[in-house]
Design a binder for this molecule. Structure first.
Ligand code: CTP
Ligand code: MG
Length: 230
């Protein structure tokens, strides 16, 4: 089922908003580096053939050791990331062989990666889309605010917040990212800008992106809850 599906795990960010003494991927989550969680989940997934880890400069060696420690034998290479997320994805993508039909890009900053979300994005891709991403319908009202003043209240209908893992036809993602700049915060945006058709499947609230300390604590609680129910 995994024939030709490679994962690029982007972990090269600095984690400035978390404010730890190390990059976010190595922040302490339940006694081990945060990166361990997504590495293990990709390793265990029947949908994934191989994994490229994009690490922060000077943290390549710790990333390799961590992959060994958690038994992540699918990790084919650990490469050094770039200045932006897009640059890091490009570096990772360059390590994915041409034969790989599908690429799944995942943020290491989202440690709680359920297998059924992986399955949903990959099955959707199989239906003929160029990309498939997990999303959650917005529950809150959304307003555009400038200098403290509300300038617009958006119609919430049809608005989603988008997560990773994001799945793409490999050749389409390569084309979309080639020379396309650095501005966008997710890969799907590049595919959309290049005219690709991207679908949204049901995400998972537990796929929160660790940005602040509070997020880290929330994910630690989620992992605990999962551990005690397993
Ligand atoms: N990322 C990356 N290379 C970059 C920037 C981000 O690989 N130059 C990765 C991060 O490691 C993370 C994901 O992209 O897994 C989402 O980025 P974000 O949550 O913004 O993480 P950081 O950039 O590390 O955090 P901050 O913006 O607070 O510094
Ligand atoms: Mg960032």
């Amino acid at each position: 089922m995994n024939a030709g599906t490679w994962a690029v795990l982007v972990a090269a960010g600095r984690g400035e908003r978390l404010g730890s003494d190390r990059p976010k991927a190595f922040a302490n989550l339940g006694g081990r580096p945060l990166l361990a969680e997504s590495l293990e989940r990709l390793e265990a997934s029947e949908w994934i053939e191989a994994v490229v880890v994009v690490a922060p400069a000077e943290w390549e060696e710790p990333a390799i050791l961590l992959a060994e420690e958690v038994g992540a034998g699918k990790v084919s290479s650990v490469v050094t990331g770039g200045d932006t997320r897009s640059a890091s994805v490009r570096v990772g993508l360059a390590e994915v062989p041409e034969e790989a039909a599908v690429v799944l890009v995942h943020d290491a900053a989202r440690p709680f990666l359920p297998e059924d979300v992986l399955e949903r994005v990959l099955l959707a891709l199989g239906e003929g889309w160029d990309g498939a991403v997990p999303g959650l319908r917005l529950a809150d009202t959304v307003k555009r605010v400038e200098s403290g003043a509300v300038v617009e209240t958006l119609d919430r209908a049809g608005l989603f917040s988008i997560q990773t893992p994001q799945a793409f036809v490999a050749a389409t993602l390569r084309r979309a990212l080639a020379g396309a700049g650095e501005a966008l915060s997710d890969c799907a945006g590049y595919v959309e800008a290049a005219g690709g058709r991207v679908t949204v499947i049901e995400g998972d609230r537990r796929l929160v992106k660790v940005t602040s300390r509070a997020d880290l604590e929330l994910v630690a609680t989620l992992l605990d809850a999962q551990g005690s129910s397993a």
